[in-house]
Structure formats: structure tokens, C-alpha cells
Design a protein around this ligand. Structure first.
Ligand SMILES: O=C(O)CCC(=O)C(=O)O
Ligand SMILES: [Fe+2]
Length: 381
């Protein structure tokens, strides 16, 4: 560590009672009236955001969902393929989800993080498979440096009627808003996934039949339909007194097939890495950001790329985002589709079961796209 950083950390010394407080989240910390970023959140110089290197003029592809139906479908499928191949991300407009469903989800999320800290912390859990998990940072059990984020994770597995009684009962309208949001985004995901499979020359049926490309894990093919896993992640990034020292989320790729993300229409924060540079994903009114996840990179045998992204924070505004992550059922294997493998395109990734993925992600070693790297097969010729 350089001298400058050491000197900065000196100035940010914190007490052991604050160490315990970190586990309670950033909101709780701010309620104690801090005016500096505590040491626990200060990144080494080389990992800090650098405002100057962010550029805004890169056009992230915009996909018009309404145009998927009808005579324009084939053009939209080509645009989807290009977006997934070159960027691993696109913004989805005309998605058809009612404004009210979105508004209620954001509104109730904001009110959830406004609850007293002892009310929120009732939902803290170390169990990755818990139907509800409130927490802070990226992986608070392992993170050496914490990030400036609190979250609420709502799992929809194995089905909504089973998990619903575990979801927070306060605010009173949280369950209803989250159910409507999860059902709407699931429907959108299925429509998108069908189009993305089509762009790969594959197809999705209503049930697992032999001629579908979705049957359940044998031959490395995977199951996309209703039993697929879904996780709703509500992120809260409070305003930060020294945003240049920390991040809301460190660089990572999402593990699943696709993530549909609702980002705050007023507050920027999400950045993707593209051609070695960090680019801000400008909020686009009434849109979803759609990320390609690691499972889709593997399933497509590397044709589509999961996107490395991070979140920066700012000194004046707090930011809320809601992600809907979708993948195969938990008991499935993920591997390259046999239909995308041939002599010219040998298999590039090992098959992996979903829980190995999740355990790696929760582990100390996880950073950037490290898991995906560990699944790659290398060829000598
Ligand atoms: O808040 C954002 O814009 C991104 C959130 C994110 O990357 C995630 O929840 O995985
Ligand atoms: Fe993410």
C-alpha cells in the first residue's frame, strides 16, 4: 500500500464498535452521523473509481421489445445477437410492464430501507438459499473492504406461495408489490430468452420434450421454463461523503442467464467495462437494463459474453435499483449447448452444477469474472 493511502487510512481510523456497526449496513452507519468514509470502505487506490475515465458517449444498444412481435422480429433478433455478442448488455424499451407495477416496486423498496434498522436486520441471514436475505456490501462475510450498499434479496424458489410468508411483512404492501414485479419480469425474461435462443439457432418449448433445446441438464443442455430460478435483489446505495474512495458494488458479472435491472431514472451509478474502459449506463426512462450472465456465456459456448459491471456512488443522492436475476433450476447442470459445439467450435467450458456456482460466488476467492475463468477449457492448438 502506498504512503498516501496509508496516511488517508490513518485519518479515517474507526473503533471496534463501528466494526460491528458495519455489519448492520450503510444506512445504519449514516444514521450515526458519520462525515468521512470509514477505513473499512476505502479501496486501494487502483480499485477506486476514476471519474475522468468514464465516458458517456458510447451507445449501449437499445432493443424495442414491442418490435419482437410481427414483421420486424428478425431484425430485432439480429440486434439482440449483436448486443449479446459485443456488449453483453442492452437497454429494453417498450417492454410492456405496467408503469404502476414498477412505480410500486421502487416506492416500497424505498420505504423498506427507511424502516428502523432493527426492523430491517430481522431479515439478516448467512444462508444463500434463504427465501429472504437482508445484508450489506457485496459479500459481507468475506469482503476485506466493504462496499457502500445495503440490499434485500427475495428468492422466488421453489415457488411464490412457499416463499411469500418469509418475505418482509413491513411495509405492508411489500409482498404484493414484489410478487407483481417478479411475475411481470419473469414473463418478460421468458419472452426475451425465447428470442435469444432463436438468435442462437435454438428453440424453447412449453414443456421439456426431447426435441426442445431446454431439456433438463442431460447432454449439457438446460431447462429455461417456469421452474427456473429467480431472485429479486433490491439495492440501496445511500449518498456517500467521499464517493471517490469507495464503490457501491465491485466489478462483477451476474451468475445467471439474464438479469433484468430497473435502475433509478434520476441517479446514475451503473458502469460496464467495455474495451477496457468503464462506461456509465445512462438511465433511460421506462426501460430495463438487461445483462448477459455467466450461465448464458457458458450455455452459448462463449458466443455471448457476460458483462463486467460495477456501481459508483455519489455525495448528494441515494440510489435504488431492483434486479430480477433468472437462471436454470437449482438442481440443474449448466454447460455449453451440444448444438453449439462442433469441430470448428469445440466445447469451451466445463459443465457445472448450479450450487457449485453459488458456493464459489460466496467464497473468498470470488472476484471479477473469476468463476467463469475457472470453468474455461483451454486448447493447445
Ligand atoms: O445497481 C445497479 O445498477 C446494479 C446492480 C447489480 O449489478 C446487481 O444487483 O447485480
Ligand atoms: Fe450485477
Amino acid at each position: 500500500m502506498g504512503l498516501v493511502v496509508e496516511a488517508e487510512i490513518e485519518n479515517h481510523q474507526t473503533t471496534s464498535s463501528e466494526q460491528i456497526q458495519y455489519q448492520m449496513g450503510v444506512r445504519s452507519l449514516l444514521e450515526r452521523g458519520i462525515t468521512r468514509v470509514p477505513t473499512k470502505y476505502i479501496l486501494p487506490q487502483e480499485e477506486r473509481p476514476n471519474g475522468d475515465s468514464d465516458i458517456h458517449d458510447l451507445n449501449i444498444p437499445v432493443i424495442d421489445f414491442a418490435q419482437l412481435h410481427g414483421s420486424t422480429r428478425s431484425q430485432v433478433i439480429s440486434s439482440l445477437a449483436k448486443a449479446c455478442q459485443e456488449y453483453g448488455i442492452f437497454q429494453l424499451v417498450n417492454h410492456g410492464i405496467e408503469a404502476d407495477v414498477i412505480h410500486r416496486m421502487v416506492d416500497v423498496s424505498t420505504r423498506f430501507f427507511d424502516l428502523p434498522s432493527n426492523e430491517r436486520s430481522k431479515y439478516m441471514s448467512k444462508d444463500m438459499f434463504s427465501p429472504v436475505r437482508y445484508g450489506t456490501s457485496f459479500n459481507q462475510n468475506n469482503d476485506k473492504v466493504f462496499c457502500w450498499r445495503d440490499f434485500l434479496k427475495l428468492s422466488c424458489h421453489p415457488c411464490l406461495p412457499e416463499v411469500l410468508p418469509h418475505w418482509p411483512s413491513s411495509p405492508v404492501d411489500l409482498r404484493e408489490a414484489a410478487v407483481n414485479f417478479s411475475k411481470s419480469t419473469k414473463f418478460l425474461y421468458l419472452m426475451l430468452m425465447e428470442a435469444i435462443l432463436e438468435s442462437l439457432g435454438l428453440k424453447m418449448g412449453e414443456t421439456s420434450r426431447d426435441d426442445d433445446d431446454i431439456n433438463n441438464g442431460k447432454d449439457g443442455s438446460i431447462k429455461f421454463e417456469d421452474q427456473g430460478s429467480q431472485l429479486i435483489v433490491v439495492n440501496c446505495y445511500p449518498s456517500c461523503p467521499e464517493p471517490e474512495l469507495t464503490l457501491g458494488m465491485p466489478p462483477h458479472s451476474d451468475y445467471g442467464l439474464l438479469t433484468l435491472l430497473l435502475q433509478d431514472a434520476q441517479v446514475e451509478g451503473l458502469q460496464i467495462q467495455h474495451e477496457g474502459r468503464w462506461i456509465t449506463v445512462k438511465p433511460l426512462l421506462n426501460s430495463f437494463v438487461v445483462n448477459v450472465g455467466d450461465h448464458l456465456e457458458i450455455f452459448s459456448n462463449g458466443k455471448y459474453k457476460s458483462v463486467l459491471h460495477r456501481v459508483v456512488v455519489n455525495s448528494s443522492k441515494s440510489r435504488i435499483s431492483v434486479a430480477s436475476l433468472h437462471s436454470v433450476p437449482f438442481n440443474c447442470m449448466v454447460g455449453p449447448s451440444p448444438k453449439l459445439i462442433d469441430k470448428a467450435n469445440p466445447k469451451r467450458y466445463k459443465d457445472t452444477d448450479f450450487s457449485t456456482f453459488l458456493h464459489h460466488i460466496a467464497s473468498r476467492e470470488h472476484n471479477n469474472k473469476s468463476f467463469l475463468e475457472s470453468r474455461k477449457l483451454f486448447f493447445t492448438s
